[in-house]
Design a protein around this ligand. Structure first.
Ligand code: DCP
Ligand code: MG
Length: 396
């Protein structure tokens, strides 16, 4: 009867936001393969295909056991012909020929290395590749014009392609917290993104900042950035004003709220002292769990000419800061906790199943023609008719 249990079909709801997806994944070989194809599609600006592979991978992440045979997948949502072919190939042959050939392809390798530069997206990378630039050396040699973000990205390439540990995130959190309360007493800060979902490493650290009194957060971001800059913590920063009015993912809100939602993309200088100062002492977790595959290209270029690589007493870390008015805090918290697919699925659920528009600012009910207020994530899930899913189970 053990055999019967093994071939029993799996069953999961069709939207990722209806499922509980922890970090415990019983099908990493399959989900890594599908994620690679998703990434390749995204890098080729084929977003539709990218989402299809992401959804397929997310369904497999939600399964309680490893997939042993194709028959178990019958009836599962989001598994298209293409994804099923990849899964079958791996179950039968141990690997997918398409995934293997993608990994080996010069185009994929070049796209990975070039988009590994902060500030370089798929479109820029594609243009460079068409100009014969496939790696960092060729980029330096042919010297296309780089914007300020890309220059900083290139300068800190190695650091920014190292996974960030939870203890690094905590150390940075202490500095940002100190900055926040000294520029605006009473303001508070929350760790968002992957670390809020319980991930042990990330590609960056994300923080959401608000003040319990509506309106007091106005002007906070420039002060915060000045404080951090004056203390020498920022290697790069670019602050963007709220773009909510222009955003397409939700109806416009009153113009009076217009510039209250700001974001700062930065490169943070994390020093040894800050690491030591943390309440959570540095544990030896730097076993490269997430070290990106740079396609075997030479990354030992001495791009950071100040010190020999690996011997400087600090590292560069991507940090994103978001400021939200308290009235939008729950929406911002939900919208910035991720995962990206979980967010996308929440919005799809809202639109397709509830005729509502969800953004990181608000929830609009098209049937009642009104905004639905919420002061907690729990209330937003309730408005959407969904069971509450805690952050640690949003790892779709
Ligand atoms: N997000 C968003 N809109 C953006 C960027 C991000 O809604 N333009 C949300 C979804 C993400 C979260 O914010 O889950 C954080 O973005 P990250 O890219 O930092 O993703 P994670 O923190 O989930 O992963 P990582 O560990 O790679 O940083
Ligand atoms: Mg993040």
């Amino acid at each position: 009867q053990g055999n019967e249990a093994e071939v029993a079909a799996f069953s999961v709801p069709s939207y990722a936001c209806q499922r509980r997806t922890t970090l415990e994944n019983h099908n990493t070989v399959l989900t890594d393969a599908l994620s690679l194809l998703a990434e390749n599609a995204e890098l080729s600006e084929e977003d539709g295909r990218g989402v299809a592979f992401r959804r397929a991978a997310a369904v497999l992440k939600a399964l309680p056991k490893p997939v042993a045979s194709m028959t178990q997948l019958r009836g599962l949502p989001c598994l298209g012909e293409h994804s099923l072919r990849v899964i079958k190939d791996i179950l039968e042959n141990g690997a997918s020929s398409e995934v293997e050939s993608t990994k080996q392809s010069e185009r994929y390798k070049a796209l990975k290395v070039l988009t590994g530069i902060f500030g370089v997206g798929a479109r820029t990378a594609d243009r460079w590749i068409r100009d014969g630039i496939h790696n960092l050396r060729q980029l330096q040699d042919s010297g296309p014009t780089l914007n300020r973000a890309q220059q900083a990205g290139l300068e800190h390439y190695d650091d920014l392609n190292q996974p960030v540990s939870k203890s690094d995130a905590d150390a940075i959190g202490e500095v940002v917290e100190k900055a926040v309360v000294s520029v605006l007493p009473g303001a508070h800060m929350t760790l968002i993104g992957g670390f809020r979902r319980g991930k042990l490493t990330g590609h960056d650290v994300d923080f959401l900042i608000t003040h319990p009194e509506e309106g007091r957060e106005v002007g906070l971001m420039p002060k915060l950035v000045s404080w951090l800059e004056s203390q020498g913590f920022l290697l790069y920063q670019k602050t963007t004003r709220n773009s909510y009015l222009e955003s397409k993912d939700g109806p416009a809100r009153p113009a009076s709220n217009m510039d209250r939602f700001e974001r700062c993309f930065s490169i943070f200088k994390l020093t040894k002292e800050e690491k030591r100062g943390t309440k959570h002492p540095e544990t030896l977790t730097e076993n490269g769990a997430q070290t990106p595959d740079n396609g075997g290209l030479d990354l030992d270029l001495d791009l950071d000419q100040t010190k020999p690589a690996g011997h400087k007493p600090w590292r560069a870390v991507r940090v994103d800061l978001v400021v939200s008015p308290i009235s939008q805090f729950a929406f911002a918290l939900l919208g910035w906790t991720g995962s990206k697919l979980f967010e996308r699925e929440l919005r799809r659920w809202a639109g397709h199943e509830k005729s509502m528009s969800l953004s990181s600012h608000a929830l609009y009910d098209n049937r009642q023609s009104k905004y639905l207020r919420a002061t907690s994530e729990e209330e937003i899930f309730a408005h959407l008719g969904l069971e509450f899913v805690p952050p640690s189970e949003r790892n779709a």
